[in-house]
Design a protein around this ligand. Structure first.
Ligand SMILES: Cc1ncc(COP(=O)(O)O)c(C=O)c1O
Length: 444
C-alpha cells in the first residue's frame, strides 16, 4: 500500500487516522471533500469567537506589515494597545502588570519563574516550592508538569520532576469528605493548608490552581467560597497564589475570568487559549504591583521568550477582545452555557453510563463510567473516551477528549461563544449517539 501523503506530518507514524481540515468558519470545520465537522470543542477549547473572522486576520496582517519583529521589551503600538485593553476592560482589580508568551505552557512557566524571582528579589530565597492540586494540568513544560498532576502526562518524566505535596481536587462526585458530611465542607481548600505544612511553609513560594478545572478531570467547578479560602491560606503564609486560567479565561465560563465568579483576585493570573481565540499563538501572565515591585526594586529581571508579544499576535488578541466586548459574547457564553446544560441533561441525565454532567458557561464535561451506581469506570484498555470522540467525528461533531486518574473517561465540550441553539441541539444529540456507539464498542 502507498504511504499516505499526510504521513509526512505525523511525528509518530501510523498512530493516528489523520483528519484533514481545509478551512474553518464560524463553528464549523470543513474537510477537503467539503464534509462539515461541528467544532463542539473550539479546537482545544480555544476558538472563543469562532473561526474565520476576516477583521482579525486583517488586524494581524497590518501589525506584521508595520513591525515584523522587535525584541519583547521594545514597545510597539500593537503591544501597547493590547496591554491597555487588558488593563482597562479585562483584568481583575489590582492585577495589572502584563507579560506575554506564546501559549499556555510558556505562560505558566513564566508565572512560576516570576513567583520564584519575587521571593529571591525580596530576600526570601528559601521559598521555591509550588503547591498544586491533584487532577490538574498546567502545560507541557517541565515546570508546568512539575506542579500539576496529570497521571497520563507525568510518568515518563518522573525522574525530572519534584514530588512536592499536592492538595486534593474539588471533585465532589468522588469526594469522601463530601459523602461523609452530606455536603461540601471545603476540605478540598483546606487541603492546601495540609500540603503547605507538609512541604514546610517557609519553603513554599506559591500555590497554583485552575479556578475551574480544565480537561484533566473535566470542568470541575469548585464549591462556593473555595477560592476565597485558598487565597486566605496563601495570605496567612505569605505565599503567592497563581490562577491558571489558560482554559477558563476570556469568557469561557461566562465571566471574564473564572475567579470573577467568586470576586477574588489572584496575585498572578495566567491566560492563553482564548486571548487570541486561536488566531495567533499568544498567552500571558498578569500580576499585581506587589508581585513585580520587589523584582523591579532589586533591579532584577525575568527572561523573556524570543517570540513573546509578537506584534501580529498582540494585534490579533486585541481585535478578538474587541469583538468579545462588541458582540457581548461573554454574556452569550453564560446564556448558551445554561442552554447547553439543559440539553445535555435532557439527552444524558438518566444515561446508565453518565456519572455526571458538569461545568460552567461553555466549558462543560460529561464523565462516563461502566456502572453509574458505584461510579466504577470501564477498563482502561477499552479506551472509551477515544472511542466516543471517534464516533462523534464519524457523525460530523468534534468533542474534546479529557479524563485522567480517577476521572478516567471524560468528554469535554467548549464550542465557540457564537454557537447557535440549533448547533447545541446537534451537539447534545450527537454526543448521546457517540456515547452509545463508544460504549457498544468498548463493551465488545
Ligand atoms: C489549565 C491549563 N494550563 C496550561 C495549559 C497549556 O497550554 P498550551 O497547551 O497552550 O501550552 C492548558 C492547556 O490545555 C491548560 O488547560
Amino acid at each position: 500500500m502507498q504511504p499516505q501523503r499526510t504521513d509526512r506530518y505525523a511525528f509518530l507514524p501510523g498512530t493516528q487516522r489523520p483528519v484533514r481540515i481545509a478551512r474553518a468558519e464560524g463553528c464549523t470545520l470543513f474537510t477537503p471533500e467539503g464534509d462539515r465537522i461541528l467544532d463542539a470543542a473550539g479546537g482545544a477549547i480555544v476558538a472563543n469567537i469562532g473561526h474565520g473572522r476576516t477583521e482579525v486576520v486583517e488586524a494581524a496582517a497590518a501589525a506584521l506589515q508595520e513591525v515584523t519583529y522587535a525584541v519583547p521589551p521594545f514597545v510597539t503600538e500593537a503591544r501597547l494597545r493590547l496591554a491597555e485593553r487588558l488593563q482597562e476592560h479585562w483584568l481583575p482589580d489590582g492585577v495589572s502588570r502584563c507579560a506575554f508568551a506564546s501559549g499556555g505552557s510558556e505562560s505558566v512557566d513564566l508565572a512560576l519563574r516570576i513567583a520564584r524571582q519575587h521571593f529571591v528579589s525580596k530576600g526570601e530565597p528559601a521559598r521555591y516550592k509550588v503547591i498544586g492540586r491533584h487532577l490538574s494540568y498546567h502545560g507541557t513544560t517541565l515546570s508546568g508538569l512539575d506542579v500539576a498532576d496529570h497521571p497520563k502526562r507525568r510518568p515518563a518524566l518522573g525522574p525530572w520532576l519534584h514530588d512536592w505535596p499536592k492538595a486534593p481536587a474539588c471533585y465532589a462526585l468522588r469526594c469522601d469528605a463530601c459523602r461523609t458530611a452530606g455536603a461540601c465542607t471545603l476540605d478540598c481548600a483546606d487541603g492546601f493548608e495540609a500540603a503547605i505544612q507538609a512541604a514546610d511553609p517557609e519553603t513554599v513560594a506559591a500555590v497554583i490552581v485552575e479556578p475551574i478545572g480544565g480537561s484533566t478531570a473535566g470542568a470541575l467547578v469548585p464549591p462556593p467560597g473555595y477560592l476565597e479560602r485558598v487565597a486566605e491560606i496563601c495570605r496567612r503564609h505569605g505565599i503567592l497564589w497563581i490562577a491558571d486560567e489558560v482554559m477558563t479565561g476570556f469568557g469561557r465560563t461566562g465571566a471574564r475570568f473564572a475567579v470573577d465568579h467568586e470576586g477574588v483576585a489572584p496575585d498572578l493570573l495566567v491566560g492563553g487559549k482564548g486571548l487570541a481565540g486561536g488566531y495567533a499563538p499568544i498567552g500571558g501572565v498578569y500580576a499585581s504591583e506587589a508581585v513585580t515591585e520587589p523584582i523591579a526594586a532589586a533591579g532584577d529581571e525575568v527572561m523573556f521568550y524570543t517570540f513573546a508579544a509578537h506584534p501580529s499576535a498582540c494585534a490579533a488578541a486585541d481585535k478578538v477582545l474587541e469583538i468579545l466586548a462588541r458582540e457581548a459574547l461573554v454574556e452569550r457564553a453564560a446564556r448558551m452555557g445554561e442552554a447547553l446544560t439543559e440539553r445535555l441533561q435532557a439527552e444524558l441525565g438518566d444515561h446508565p453510563h453518565v456519572a455526571e454532567i458538569r461545568g460552567r458557561g461553555l466549558l462543560q464535561a460529561v464523565e462516563l463510567v461502566q456502572d453509574r451506581a458505584s461510579g466504577h469506570p470501564f477498563p482502561r484498555e477499552a479506551n472509551l473516551t477515544a472511542r466516543v470522540v471517534a464516533a462523534g467525528l464519524r457523525n460530523g461533531v468534534f468533542f474534546y477528549p479529557g479524563g485522567a486518574g480517577a476521572a478516567q473517561d471524560v468528554v469535554c465540550l467548549g464550542p465557540p461563544f457564537i454557537v447557535t441553539e440549533d448547533e447545541l441541539d446537534l451537539i447534545a444529540t450527537a454526543l448521546a449517539k457517540a456515547i452509545d456507539a463508544g460504549v457498544a464498542r468498548a463493551s465488545r
